[in-house]
Ligand binder design. Structure first.
Ligand code: DOR
Length: 420
């Protein structure tokens, strides 16, 4: 038995924000009681005075790199890093080696996660075989093996007819389709946001239009077919605006952004810092502002990390050659709390919606702070201030642009299935 005593429990999904005692037996919450009323000499008791409990944070978009790319990250190191960041469950993208495009690989991931994982791992299967954009992967088979969504993340599905088939097919299985939106023709080999900064640095630009063009295609397909679609890592102002309008028309669209799109702009690349190289690229100030507005009015449903570990040798090269992506698990909550809640842009409850409730609902994996529910709980100290020390990350990779940043709001316990 585990008792979180005198803790502030915040769960918009259970309409809860009060100081209480949470009693956990085995893997379930058995009681939510008046504060300071629960005790048991056989129980492990955590004094929650000054702490806050959420339903476990869920990252719906990360890269664990296993199988095949374990020199960057593996399920063991990746889930340790996720746990340190307060995530009780993570959904991992299929751009591994081999690609997760069949049930055997899905089973390999789920069984490995049971063996060495310290948080829950929800595999995402590929939309197309080998991420080649030619032929649909076996979605039904992969769903039986445990996938929670399909995506070709890392690459767009360039063929509109294949995406149309993917959306129709996935809808029959109730599998969310997560679209990595990028018109490669418009990307035109660019690798940072097209504009003044790219020109000054002499780096090749990738315009926001490359993202937004495909966002608009996905919205049109979802509306035409009347099926759902989820847009990954939204970075651009017009993408937010188009999604907002589509939602107002009743299109079944959901979307996510990542902490780097509301805390950094293209100027972070300033010193040719390859840790600020990510796809989609960091954008301009007006995009960052639009992302925050989208989070505020509910256009953007989720905050995901896009945790993308890369070996130092893939980052310590010239900018054009460097791999895209940054590690995100261990900074996501602190960045979101500091830059969105401390600044008054979102309420704490809205942040929990974006980092736990909504990703859980979209993937069908969430939990609640309520009696009888699964005891996946994140406990944070909102008053703790700290400095990000990338060298201490539990991830195998250290590609983060946030070293030395001062943040507020620290994860102190991650409870998975009732175990701290
Ligand atoms: O920056 C990125 N890194 N964006 C992606 O879409 C893929 C990811 C990766 O796999 O490294």
């Amino acid at each position: 038995m585990l008792i979180l005593q005198n803790i502030r429990a915040v769960d918009p999904g259970a309409n809860l924000d009060k100081v209480c005692d949470i009693v956990i037996e085995g893997c379930r919450i058995v009681k939510i009681a008046e504060a300071k009323t629960q005790n048991d000499s056989n129980a492990e008791v955590i004094d929650g005075t000054g702490l806050v409990a959420f339903p476990g944070l869920i990252d719906m978009h990360c890269h664990l790199r296993e199988p095949g790319l374990e020199y960057k990250e593996d399920i063991e190191s990746g889930t340790k890093s996720a746990r340190a960041g307060g995530f009780t469950g993570v959904a991992c993208m299929p751009n591994t080696k081999p690609v997760v495009d069949n049930s055997a690989i899905v089973r390999a991931i789920t069984s490995r996660a049971k063996e060495v994982g310290s948080v829950k791992v929800y595999p995402i299967g590929a939309i197309s075989k080998g991420l080649q954009g030619q032929e649909l992967a076996e979605m039904g088979d992969m769903q039986e093996a445990g996938i929670v969504a399909v995506s070709d993340d890392g690459r767009p599905v360039s063929s509109s007819s294949l995406m149309k088939k993917a959306m129709m097919y996935a809808a029959q299985f109730n599998l969310p389709v997560i679209s990595h939106c990028e018109d490669l023709d418009l990307v035109d080999d660019g690798y940072m946001n097209e504009g003044y900064t790219a020109t000054v640095l002499g780096l090749r630009g990738n315009p926001w239009a490359s993202e937004t063009n495909m966002v608009s295609r996905e919205l049109i397909l979802a509306e035409y077919l009347n099926v759902p679609v989820h847009i990954a890592h939204v970075s651009a102002k017009l993408s937010v605006e188009l999604i907002r309008e589509a939602k107002a028309r009743g299109v079944q669209v959901t979307c996510e952004t990542c902490p780097h799109y509301f805390t950094l702009t293209e100027e972070a690349v300033g010193n040719y810092d390859t840790n600020a190289k990510v796809n989609p690229p960091l954008r301009a100030k007006e995009d960052l502002e639009a992302i925050i507005a989208g989070l505020q009015d509910g256009t953007i449903d989720c905050i995901a990390t896009d945790h993308a570990p890369h070996h130092v040798d893939e980052k310590r090269v010239e900018f054009a050659q460097a791999a895209n992506g940054l590690v995100g698990f261990e900074t996501a909550f602190g960045l979101s709390y500091t830059y969105l809640v401390e600044t008054g842009k979102l309420t704490l409850s809205q942040l929990v919606e974006k980092m736990s409730l909504n990703p859980g609902l979209i993937l069908g994996v969430g939990t609640r702070l309520a009696e009888g529910e699964c005891a996946d709980i994140t406990v944070v100290d909102l008053n703790q201030e700290y400095t990000v020390e990338v060298a201490k990350f539990l991830s195998k990779s250290k590609n983060s642009p946030y070293d030395g940043w001062k943040l507020k709001g620290r994860v102190v316990h991650t409870i998975v299935d009732g175990r701290i």
